[in-house]
Design a protein around this ligand. Structure first.
Ligand code: ADP
Length: 279
């Protein structure tokens, strides 16, 4: 068996390949986000994708990585994620300690796009690490190694940020936010969402797709009545998939769009009423 470090290096090479040219990710633009992102990339400015969960931010970035022909390194941030998880650490291998680059360091070296998804979730020391990368310095300190590396000229940093989640205790500092170009996302309008469903789930009956999109639009209005998260395009795609393989529409909506988003029986019933009014 290969030593650990070689195996990890092998993984690294695989991760850092640019997306397959012949297979563009499917993305429907909502506005001028493609032009804005390209302009930011030309100037190597870091970008913040703002908007609710499941509205297309990740898909957009997959598409942009393909369009710009750059590898994409995605890190789903969580509350235990530390700067060492991003940057790297010394690992024990037999008698030796070997340095293992983290995903951010690999992206910085290889000239990839690094996507830190929901960075506010991570420990605050992670934001300290990205600061010198977001300004003219474009450098990444590897503190434990006593080194600082210069970013590859094609490297770009992208973060996502869901304004609905933020509390006073958990938010990015204004001094961090203002280092990014901010692109606002929201759920697509009815016509666009119908097109997305048609592409994502081509075997769904168009009449069912139309009704499903109408349910989604109505359900989003309940957001202000206590639902933590609005019904997302992702949830509609899930429901469409369940219907396409034969689950009755009302059940498909229950399991894909109602059960996962609320534990409150009254709210669930209010959502189900909307569903039943359409199917
Ligand atoms: P986010 O990153 O905002 O949480 P995603 O990018 O994962 O959301 O989007 C969820 C799903 O919704 C995608 O997998 C895709 O099926 C669909 N989707 C949403 N918006 C679009 C869009 N503009 N074009 C194509 N698919 C979309």
């Amino acid at each position: 068996m290969k030593p650990l470090i070689n195996r990890l290096r092998g993984v690294e090479r695989d991760i850092l390949q640019a997306p397959e040219r012949s297979n563009p990710p499917y993305y429907e633009p909502q506005g001028n986000e493609i032009q804005v992102f390209e302009a930011a990339y030309r100037k190597r400015l870091p970008v913040m994708l703002k908007g609710p969960t499941g509205c297309g931010k990740t898909r957009f970035l997959e598409y942009m990585a393909w369009r710009l022909n750059r590898p994409l390194v995605t890190v789903a941030c969580h509350e235990d994620l530390t700067s060492a998880d991003l940057v790297g650490r010394f690992l024990l291998e037999g008698e030796q300690t070997v340095w293992q680059d983290g995903p951010l360091t690999r992206a910085v070296k290889a000239g990839a796009i690094c996507y830190l998804d929901e960075i506010v979730e991570a420990r605050t020391d992670t934001t300290v690490v990205i600061h010198p990368l977001t300004d003219h310095r474009r450098r990444l300190p590897l503190e434990k190694k006593g080194q600082e590396i210069e970013a590859h000229e094609d490297f770009m940093l992208v973060i996502s940020y869901n304004p609905g989640y933020q509390t006073v205790l958990k938010d990015l500092k204004p001094s961090t936010k203002q280092r990014f170009i901010g692109i606002q996302f929201d759920f697509p309008n009815e016509a666009l969402e119908l097109r997305i469903l048609g592409n994502e789930v081509p075997d769904l009956n168009p009449e069912l797709a139309r009704k499903l999109v109408a349910v989604g639009q109505r359900a989003r209005a309940l957001k202000d009545h206590g639902l933590e998260e609005a019904t997302s395009t992702r949830a509609l795609v899930y429901a469409a998939n369940m219907m396409a393989v034969g689950l009755p529409p009302v059940e498909a909506c229950r399991v894909a769009m109602v059960n996962p988003v609320t534990d409150d029986l009254e709210l669930a019933e209010a959502l189900m009423e909307i569903v039943r009014a359409h199917f």
